[in-house]
Design a protein around this ligand. Structure first.
Ligand SMILES: [Ca+2]
Length: 249
């Protein structure tokens, strides 16, 4: 009488049918991909925070430097800092006021436009690593000189700015006010576009400024009570001039 023969232990691979093995490989692939996405997302958040921190530090260093310099040297020093870092303005988020800025000599386009009021891919209060839609921004009394672009609206992400005011800006040899996506509500008025000579600007060294004959003197519209000085701290009494500079008569 012969007893039942014991089978030798089969390797684990033989215990899994082909179907299960294929399924396992596929699940593993998806799992690795998911972990990769989570890792990249965390990495991107960290990068965003570091960039915000670096920008804050640059602003603080510039502020300290400006405070220590005599008033007559401030504009020139800040202009040099701006040129060396290729600084330009790109705007996201709610309730920003952008005024009295002087942007000169930038060569970038697209994301690096001189003054980009960008589209958004998230609403107000959205995820930190997204580009929050520009809501209620007031962009006034800025001067752009010799830039490859001017003021560009809604260029990169799908949601156009909401309730946007762009007024009293001076664009000298700096493109135009270009609406890639038209903002929803607000006002785009009284921005002057022209050549430096047509706008009556003269090169004072640190910046191009209005001359006595400039057609931009006293031509600003609206009240804008929060704009009490020009970009060099000179008071803006009476009728305001278009752009960042208030001409001293
Ligand atoms: Ca004036």
């Amino acid at each position: 009488m012969s007893g039942r023969r014991r089978h030798p232990a089969r390797p684990w691979t033989a215990r899994w049918t082909l179907t299960w093995r294929i399924l396992a490989v596929n699940i593993l692939t998806v799992l690795i991909l998911a972990l990769g996405v989570i890792y990249l997302d965390a990495f991107r958040n960290k990068l965003s925070k570091e960039r915000i921190h670096r920008t804050e530090r640059e602003a603080q260093i510039s502020a300290i430097m400006a405070r220590m310099l005599p008033a007559r040297d401030r504009a020139r020093a800040l202009a040099e800092v701006g040129k060396s870092t290729g600084s330009r303005i790109r705007l996201y988020g709610a309730d920003n006021r952008v005024f009295n800025n002087y942007v000169a000599g930038t060569t970038g386009t697209g994301y690096d436009s001189a003054l980009s009021i960008d589209g958004g891919d998230a609403g107000p209060g959205g995820e930190l690593n997204k580009h929050h839609r520009v809501d209620n921004a007031v962009v006034v009394f800025n001067t752009l000189v010799d830039n490859a672009t001017g003021i560009v609206i809604g260029e990169n992400y799908p949601e156009p700015p909401v309730n946007l005011v762009v007024e009293n800006n001076l664009l000298a040899d700096s493109g135009d006010v270009r609406e890639v996506k038209a903002p929803s509500g607000g006002s785009l008025a009284n921005n002057t576009v022209g050549t430096k000579s047509a706008l009556g600007l003269t090169d004072t060294g640190p910046a191009w400024k209005l001359t006595a004959g400039s057609p931009e003197i006293d031509k600003a519209v609206g009240r804008y009570d929060f704009v009490t000085t020009d970009f060099e701290g000179r008071p803006r009494d009476g009728a305001k001039d278009v752009g960042a500079d208030e001409h001293e008569s």
